[in-house]
Unconditional design. Structure first.
Length: 253
């Protein structure tokens, strides 16, 4: 089966990604449309927080979903998607699927690390749980610490990670795996929204725009093809070396 390798240059993809990012940032920056964002943020935050206003069972559920252990479980599930792609993917031979998966992981770590240092570092915004009234703070309702507030909620860290991951998976592993990643990404960021640790715009403007600005530099340029080719050469060299070692063991001199 022949690999359906993305074209090394995708100018339409680059233009579309940066145009969407620019429109989102512009709408968030201009006072007239920022008022619409603020209204939407407040409405979504209060509406989601209503889920935990009266039900203690709901409070325990969403509080548990905001624990650090949930983040580890979510990470395992997301990387499980990559594992399934390596085993059962159909858009490339096995060796290339392994190379694409390695590229996704390395790119995710590098891009998220860089964007934390360079993008939106000057934005200061308190989370909805510190601003809106009345607001149910999960940490005051359950008997353990819950991530339900932040003095610097923008951009959402979870949203940045899962948006970058989903974009990479969609482009390099295929739409089916991208859709699964999108559903899982929504499940990852929803607990923070319910708890009031982040605004909706922290997710969309902070997380999604970050992915739109960074991931196209990899997937819509020759970077991804060059990286995959280099990883395949490393894989072939490793396989050849293992073959020589095995041959020497069978036929010692």
């Amino acid at each position: 089966m022949h690999a359906r390798i993305p074209h090394p240059w995708n100018p339409r993809g680059l233009i579309a990604a940066y145009a969407i990012a620019a429109l989102l940032v512009l709408s968030y920056s201009v006072p007239a449309t920022r008022a619409l964002w603020d209204g939407l943020d407040a409405w979504i935050a209060l509406d989601l927080n209503a889920l935990v206003r009266t039900s203690h069972a709901e409070q325990l559920f969403w509080a548990s979903a905001n624990l650090r252990v949930f983040d580890y479980v979510a990470a395992l599930v997301l990387f499980g998607v990559l594992g399934i792609y390596v085993v059962a993917g159909r858009n490339a031979p096995r060796a290339e699927r392994v190379a694409r998966t390695a590229l996704i992981v390395v790119t995710l770590v590098v891009l998220v690390g860089l964007t934390r240092e360079w993008l939106f570092t000057d934005v200061r915004r308190a989370s909805p749980s510190l601003v809106l009234q009345p607001f149910t703070r999960l940490s005051a309702q359950v008997g353990f610490h819950v991530k339900d507030h932040s003095a610097r909620s923008f951009p959402g860290d979870h949203a940045t990670v899962v948006a970058t991951f989903t974009f990479l998976v969609w482009c390099l592993a295929g739409r089916r795996y991208g859709l699964v990643s999108l559903v899982l990404a929504t499940c990852c960021v929803l607990p923070r929204l319910v708890a009031g640790a982040h605004w909706f715009s922290d997710v969309l403007i902070g997380g999604v725009v970050t992915a739109l600005l960074t991931v196209p530099l990899v997937v819509f340029t020759p970077v991804h093809r060059l990286a995959v080719a280099a990883l395949l050469r490393l894989h072939a060299a490793g396989a050849a070396m293992r073959g020589r070692v095995s041959e020497d063991r069978r036929h010692p001199r």
